[in-house]
Ligand binder design. Structure first.
Ligand code: CMP
Length: 141
C-alpha cells in the first residue's frame, strides 16, 4: 500500500549541517518528496505537535528543543512508507540504532535524535497536515 509519512530534520541535525546528507538517504531509499520546507516552530506549535506525549517526563524538554532552531519538515510517500522510513532512521535512541541508519549516523541521544518519523498511517496524514496545506503538496501523477 502506498503510504505517507512526515519526516522532520530536527534542530540538532540542522545545526550539524547534515540536511543534504539526510535528504539524500531518504530519496535514495525510494521515498518521493511531496512537500518540504525550512522553517521554525514556536513552543505552542511544538507542544501541539507532540500533544500525544504531554504526560511524558520528557515533554517540556522536547518542546523546548523542537522550538530551539530551524527544522525541515518533509512530506513523503512510498509503498510501505511508515515501516520503511522507521527502518531507515533507526531506533529512537541512537545508541540502539542499527549501523547505517540516520539516527546512528547523526543522532546524539534520545532527546537529540536528528529526525522524526510518523508512527502510523493515520498519524502520517495528520502530521503532514500540521505542516503543509493541500496546495503545498506536489502530486507527481
Ligand atoms: P520523535 O520520533 O520525534 O517522537 C517523539 C520524540 O520524543 C522522539 O522522537 C524523541 O525525540 C523524544 N523521546 C522519546 N522518548 C524519549 C525519552 N525517553 N527521553 C527523551 N526524549 C524522548
Amino acid at each position: 500500500m502506498i503510504e505517507k509519512t512526515l519526516a522532520i530534520i530536527k534542530p540538532d541535525a540542522v545545526k550539524k549541517n547534515v540536511i543534504g546528507e539526510i535528504i539524500g538517504m531518504i530519496t535514495k531509499a525510494g521515498f518521493r518528496i511531496l512537500g518540504m520546507k525550512y522553517t521554525r516552530i514556536n513552543k505552542e506549535q511544538a507542544g501541539s505537535f507532540y500533544e500525544v506525549h504531554k504526560e511524558r517526563p520528557f515533554y517540556n524538554d522536547l518542546v523546548d528543543y523542537m522550538s530551539s532552531g530551524p527544522i525541515v519538515p518533509i512530506a513523503l510517500e512510498k509503498e510501505n512508507a511508515i515501516e520503511d522510513y522507521r527502518k531507515l532512521i533507526g531506533s529512537t535512541d541512537p545508541a540502539q540504532a542499527e549501523e547505517g541508519t540516520v539516527r546512528k549516523l547523526y543522532g546524539e541521544s534520545k532527546s537529540y535524535n536528528a529526525v522524526h518519523g510518523s508512527d502510523s498511517v493515520e498519524n502520517g496524514i495528520i502530521e503532514i497536515g500540521f505542516f503543509f496545506s493541500k496546495s503545498e503538496l506536489v502530486l507527481c501523477d
